[in-house]
Design a binder for this molecule. Structure first.
Ligand SMILES: [Zn+2]
Length: 179
């Protein structure tokens, strides 16, 4: 593996971050390198996203909400981070110059902040629909109130934390090289 900062080869021990990203500290310049996930971990996160995403939505009907929601969010955050790492590293390995990924990159860059705001609106709208369904569904009144509150609280909180992580990470891109 090569250091992303100074390009020195590294052959020592590679550890993993909390979300299982391979990481090592360059011996030459001290830069903390984080590499994208391998296919195994990425596949695992994709499966977790689908499975827990479904049970997260399904959970609205029986109040079983927090745990699948938590796993779902972690898996989504890991996948987003992975995609960003890949994008960040791609110009290094793409000296041969395939023009196709370039447009993808431009679109991703434009994701800020307009599309993020749009995603917020859409998801809040979805939350509103869930809220309506719960409030008008055949759920006992107290449980219904509780679930409605959770929908209204959990979804904006999720969005806020994803936004926070996303923006924070982008900040990292420009500042992490100061070391
Ligand atoms: Zn280095």
């Amino acid at each position: 593996m090569l250091c992303q900062h100074c390009g020195n080869p590294y052959s020592g021990k590679v550890s993993r971050t909390l979300l299982a990203f391979p990481t090592f500290t360059c011996l030459a310049c001290g830069f903390v390198n984080v590499y994208p996930l391998g296919n195994g971990y990425r596949g695992l996160y994709q499966i977790l996203t689908v499975v827990f995403g479904i049970s997260f939505i399904g959970g609205f009907s029986n109040g079983y909400l927090m745990l699948p929601g938590g796993v779902f969010i972690i898996a989504i955050v890991a996948l987003m981070k992975n995609r960003k790492l890949k994008q960040r590293l791609s110009p290094l390995g793409r000296a041969a110059g395939t023009p196709a990924p370039r447009t993808a990159k431009v679109i991703i860059r434009a994701w800020h902040p307009g599309q993020l705001a749009l995603a917020w609106l859409v998801l809040l709208f979805v939350a509103g629909i869930f809220y309506e369904l719960i409030m008008t569904g055949g759920v006992p009144l107290t449980a219904r109130r509780l679930m409605g509150l959770m929908v209204l609280a959990v979804i904006p909180a999720t969005l806020a934390s994803i936004t926070w992580i996303w923006l924070g990470d982008r900040d990292d891109v420009t500042h992490s090289r100061v070391r």
